[in-house]
Design a protein around this ligand. Structure first.
Ligand code: GRF
Length: 191
């Protein structure tokens, strides 16, 4: 019998981190569901390419956060999902999802938390003039980017960096660090 964990990835945008997870070698998991709140997101084209089943919703079709999260929980339970990896999912995780999955929901954020939480962390770091930013992988709790930190890697900001070069450097780190960290978490979960 396979020891692979059943995981879901949540994404709202391009999905380069989803792609990095799909391309990672020997990850002890199967991505059994991709959840997106953006019916037009590029990540959905990637999900089609990898044959990952999707659940796509539009918040406008739901009464409130509890209502759409309840629907997500139903999909996750049906797919027997054990871990959730957020990869550019642009919504706060509410009590409905946390109650079922806290401790098994992980996020990737493009700064060295607790610096620069929230939106546009890369722009915040550039505006602050810091010489070092980075990537954080953390458990999700009820706050915004406040949960316990699992892994971090720093990225230097030089005088030659523009927003584009910095985004590129941060993405390159993310695409290595996220699969590595997922591997470690899932390996520990099997012990
Ligand atoms: C990443 O920079 C991640 O840290 C942040 O959102 C971005 C998602 O990028 N949470 P992508 O959609 O995976 O390309």
């Amino acid at each position: 019998m396979s020891d692979n964990k059943r995981v879901a990835v949540f994404a709202s945008g391009t999905g380069s981190n989803y792609e990095a997870i799909m391309e990672a070698k020997h990850l002890p998991c199967e991505v059994v569901l991709l959840v997106s709140d953006q019916p037009g997101a590029l990540v959905l084209e990637k999900a089609a390419k990898y044959n990952t089943p999707t659940f796509v919703f539009d918040v406008e079709d739901y009464k409130d956060q509890a209502d759409y999260e309840q629907k997500i929980v139903e999909k996750l339970e049906k797919a027997k999902v054990e871990w959730i990896f957020l990869a550019g999912y642009m919504r706060i995780i509410g009590p409905t999802l946390l109650e079922k999955y806290e401790g098994s929901i992980v996020n990737i954020h493009p700064s060295l938390l607790p610096s620069f939480p929230g939106l546009d962390a890369i722009g915040q770091a550039m505006d602050a003039g810091v010489k070092k930013t980075g990537v954080t992988i953390h458990y999700v709790d009820a706050g915004v980017d406040t949960g316990p930190i699992i892994a971090q890697q720093s990225v230097a900001i030089t005088e030659h960096d523009t927003r584009e070069t910095l985004v590129e450097k941060i993405h390159a780190v993310e695409h290595e660090l996220y699969p590595q960290t997922i591997h470690q978490l899932l390996a520990e979960d099997s012990n």
